[in-house]
Design a protein around this ligand. Structure first.
Ligand SMILES: [Zn+2]
Length: 391
């Protein structure tokens, strides 16, 4: 069984909004309260509070008259918040994430409902302790729903994220194997010579973002106009993130649907350059998000994603004969192999090498896969277009 999530927009009424605000607020309170407690317990007596401990403390807290308001929302959602807090600490101790930080009111808000929720026949979302909320379900749910997370973005939009478990079917073989190199000028280059431009959404929006930000810093703190301006800034950032996500969804869908194997370099090997000028361009490209999407869709559509876990000179090596071009500097975009005379495009050659090196043993042992019947995939019509004009 595998998991996937559906995200649907919610349109709560004003009364529902105020109840949701309470749910977000209480969940935030519980998170922050127990984050402080867990940190203090560790600092003062080197004791690490686990979920079992915090859940007991939460029950005690609710009995305290001062905090009796906590009983007004779904108790399971508050317990889920404690589980999230524990996961945040586990991630921190495994060195997968930073130290958990306090949740702020102005950031994205969320709470999870693990049970006792449903979708009514007229498509509304029914949560415990409240009237059904209007929901736009733009696609059918496949699989068995487990939990739902309610989200409010900083721009005031509401979403339901529905997690489902589904039977993972192995898709029939219907595609090739490609290597892909991630870059800044071109977002992605395949070994077959296909190049997908890097749209640099953040850089395109930078002028507008700077203007909005400047205007924000001039407003008086706490004023209505400052709050309005902050919303405008958040909306501009949200637009950039949405554009990027949309482009990456389409590209990862195409790669996983058209291929049986996609080989990429791991980002650690890619060597995230600690160069101030490049840092912004790299974060604008959001390679990490792209690899996450690629792996997720790979599982969904039966495409193997191979991440290269070792360093090798992907650009310098001739993909035809193996000759290493030692003097290949970054500015050389095309070169001719001194050994075999092949004319190389730097990035295409690198992508070809990435595929060749992605899994040599398996590559030798397995027979070449033969394409069988093509698979039809939801939301994919073949082809790929960024739908962008020139910047
Ligand atoms: Zn060569």
């Amino acid at each position: 069984m595998a998991n996937k999530a559906y995200k649907f927009r919610l349109y709560p009424t004003p009364e529902q909004k105020s109840y949701l605000a309470r749910c977000f607020g209480y969940s935030r309170f519980v998170y922050n309260h127990f984050l402080r407690l867990t940190t203090d317990a560790y600092a003062e007596c080197k004791k690490h509070l686990r979920y079992g401990d915090t859940a007991k403390l939460l029950t005690l807290l609710k009995k305290d008259e001062q905090y009796s308001w906590l009983t007004k929302v779904n108790s399971q959602s508050l317990q889920q918040t404690l589980k999230d807090l524990e996961s945040a600490f586990v991630r921190f101790f495994k060195k997968l994430g930073g130290f958990p930080v306090f949740k702020k009111k102005r950031n994205r808000q969320s709470f999870r409902v693990p049970q006792h929720w449903s979708i009514s026949p007229d498509g509304k979302l029914k949560l415990p302790k409240m009237q059904p909320i209007k929901m736009v379900q733009h696609r059918e749910i496949e699989g068995t729903p487990t939990s739902v997370t309610i989200i409010q973005t900083p721009t005031g939009k509401y979403y339901a994220c529905i997690l489902v478990e589904y039977d993972q079917k192995q898709a029939p073989l219907n595609g090739g194997k490609i290597g892909a190199d991630l870059g800044l000028k071109e977002f992605l280059i395949t070994g077959e010579g296909k190049k997908y431009p890097n749209p640099r959404f953040y850089r395109r929006a930078l002028k507008r973002l700077k203007r909005l930000q400047r205007s924000l810093s001039r407003k008086v703190k706490g004023s209505t106009s400052r709050n309005k301006q902050r919303l405008l800034v958040a909306m501009a950032h949200e637009k950039v993130a949405n554009q990027r996500l949309d482009m990456q969804h389409k590209l990862s869908l195409q790669l996983t649907c058209d291929n049986q194997v996609v080989a990429v370099e791991d980002l650690h090997i890619k060597g995230m350059v600690k160069n101030h000028k490049l840092a912004q361009a790299i974060s604008d490209a959001a390679w990490g998000q792209f690899l996450t999407l690629l792996e997720y869709k790979g599982k969904l559509y039966g495409c193997e994603i191979r991440k290269l876990d070792r360093f090798f000179p992907s650009s310098k090596r001739c993909s035809k004969c193996g000759y290493i071009h030692e003097n290949l500097t970054l500015d050389i975009r095309e070169w001719v192999c001194l050994e075999c005379g092949t004319h190389h495009d730097r990035d295409v050659n690198a992508a070809t090498n990435i595929l060749a090196f992605s899994n040599p043993q398996i590559r030798q042992e397995l027979p070449e896969s033969t394409p069988k019947e093509p698979v039809e995939r939801q939301g994919y019509q073949g082809g790929y277009s960024l739908g962008l004009g020139s910047p």
